[in-house]
Design a protein around this ligand. Structure first.
Ligand code: ATP
Ligand code: MG
Length: 286
């Protein structure tokens, strides 16, 4: 089905990130609902061409655990993406509403995100931007990795870390290393970000900084590269504690792959006691 962005009516603003705005839109002829992400800045032609070229590859990536991208448009320098609409919003919204998320839900979230990462990594794609606002939920119990493609492509072409502090906060230690293989860091970086995201959901605040500490670049770099990796609270289950410490090893080479983590007892436990993640959406207005 070919989609024309001119046939999309904007209904409401879903949110705004550092790069642009996301609207809920309805397709005039089919009545289908989508999320339209518009990258505000007008980039140079060559940057736009690069974005479009890389998106071509990513448009072909399809998995039930990735937010689908149906089309990319460039209208006079304004690049927009037509995305699958996730009616439960993001894990960041859920976290803000509930303050913390209990382990039984986190285990289910973990499993679904790992399946998304497994797909990406098998296709040689590193997401680079796993964080609560890029994990989306819907009322069909699905958790999906979003901004995939969009963020990967933007990171490739334009992201400057200082303008992406939100993203840098979830960066693994090896990515800060100027002498390291900065551009070449591998899949293990996504595993670090997943660990940090889950820990944030469990404790209700960003784990690497003390409450009140400013999340600026030098503070973050010191905390992530020089400090010990953050660890779960003492009342966390042994399975969760172990899962987090596997993900948050500073030596990237020691972090397990998405495939290995899918067999971790923390994830396996969720299969024994299934729970519906959409319960988290009760009372939440998106
Ligand atoms: P950053 O700029 O650091 O990436 P962000 O991830 O919050 O921050 P966006 O990716 O632009 O920024 O998303 C902004 C908001 O739009 C999200 O927080 C979410 O509420 C909403 N949103 C994004 N994609 C979708 C989608 N596919 N379905 C529903 N809502 C979405
Ligand atoms: Mg996002």
């Amino acid at each position: 089905v070919s989609l024309d962005d001119l046939d999309l009516d904007r209904k409401s603003l879903l949110g705004a990130g550092s790069g642009g705005k996301v609207y809920k839109v309805v397709h005039r002829w089919t009545g289908r609902i989508y999320a339209l992400k518009i990258i505000q800045e007008k980039h140079e032609l060559d940057v736009r061409r690069q974005i479009m070229r890389e998106m071509e590859i990513l448009l072909r990536a399809k998995s039930p655990h990735l937010v689908e991208c149906y089309g990319v448009f460039d209208r006079g320098g304004e690049v927009s993406f037509v995305l699958e609409f996730m009616d439960g919003g993001t894990l960041a919204d859920v976290l803000k509403f509930h303050r913390t998320i209990s382990e039984r839900y986190l285990a289910e979230v973990t499993k679904q995100v790992l399946l998304g990462l497994l797909y990406l990594h098998k296709h040689k794609i590193v997401h680079r931007d796993i964080k609560p606002s890029n994990l989306l939920i819907n009322r069909r119990q699905e958790v999906k990795i979003g901004d995939f493609g969009v963020s990967t492509v933007l990171a490739h072409t334009l992201a400057q870390c200082n303008s992406f502090v939100g993203t840098c906060a979830y960066m693994s230690p090896e990515r800060f290393d100027p002498d390291g293989n900065g551009g070449e860091y591998g899949y293990a970086a996504d595993i670090w970000s997943l660990g940090l995201t889950l820990l944030e959901c469990a404790i209700g605040r960003f784990p690497c900084l003390q409450p009140g500490e400013r999340p600026d670049w030098p503070t973050l770099m010191c905390a992530i590269c020089l400090g010990d990796p953050p660890s779960p609270p003492p009342d966390a289950s042994p399975e969760f504690r172990n899962f987090i410490s596997c993900c948050l090893q500073k030596d990237a080479g020691r972090r397990p792959s998405a495939e290995m983590l899918l067999t971790h007892p923390f994830v396996k436990k969720s299969e024994l006691q299934p729970c519906s993640v959409s319960t988290l959406l009760q009372g939440l207005v998106v």
